[in-house]
Design a protein around this ligand. Structure first.
Ligand SMILES: CC(C)(COP(=O)(O)OP(=O)(O)OC[C@H]1O[C@@H](n2cnc3c(N)ncnc32)[C@H](O)[C@@H]1OP(=O)(O)O)[C@@H](O)C(=O)NCCC(=O)NCCS
Length: 163
């Protein structure tokens, strides 16, 4: 299968909305949001999201296989005021394409991008408890657990990678 990871371009809010909705539909618990809630967000929300994630240390990436967008992931700051701490979020690969190494590539690609493009000294990631695949990926790339929390009463764990 011919696949690539690339940065979202301005004007691709429609594509971003489609992949995000498909991923939320498949994994509402993981993303902590209901499909119906996400579906009500106007296109403008996704246009703004693309703008928000197009700074020198933030980006949205698409996973494109045979011309179709089948996954995505974001890089940003964990806290707007903290220039040294990155945050990996909104990662997902459509079920049909899972288990083929794309998730691992989406993670590795972003870490490489961060090392090249940002001044981050560490990167954080929050994983819902029980998400074994993502947890395995995090450990494999050197992340370690730093704290526990919850979002809408769903327990999660914060992972950190020192760069
Ligand atoms: C997490 C996710 C992005 C991983 O993507 P993926 O393309 O399936 O991942 P990969 O194929 O690279 O596999 C990653 C690891 O999971 C393992 N894995 C693959 N399929 C599996 C399965 N059916 N059951 C358990 N583990 C599996 C792989 O063996 C691999 O580990 P390894 O390198 O030790 O072999 C994807 O499953 C997904 O989108 N899940 C729903 C959304 C989500 O959880 N996002 C993360 C939010 S923090």
């Amino acid at each position: 299968m011919l696949g690539k990871i690339r940065q979202v371009k301005p004007g691709e809010a429609g594509l971003l909305r489609s992949i995000r909705l498909a991923l939320v539909k498949e994994n509402p618990r993981t993303f902590g949001i209901l499909y119906e809630t996400e579906r009500r967000k106007p296109l403008k929300y996704f246009e703004d999201d693309i703008k928000k994630f197009s700074g020198s240390d933030s980006a949205i990436f698409f996973l494109e296989i045979n011309g179709q967008i089948v996954g995505m992931a974001k890089v940003g700051r964990y806290d707007k005021k903290d220039l040294r701490t990155g945050y990996l979020s909104s990662m997902g690969v459509l079920k049909k394409y899972q288990g083929q190494g794309w998730g691992e590539k989406l993670l590795a690609f972003r870490l490489e991008w961060i090392r090249k493009n940002t001044k981050f000294k560490r990167v954080l990631m929050i994983i819902v408890d029980g998400n074994e695949r993502m947890t395995k990926l995090a450990h494999k790339h050197g992340f370690s657990m730093i704290s526990r929390g919850s979002f809408y009463r769903i327990p999660n764990t914060k992972f950190e990678l020192k760069l």
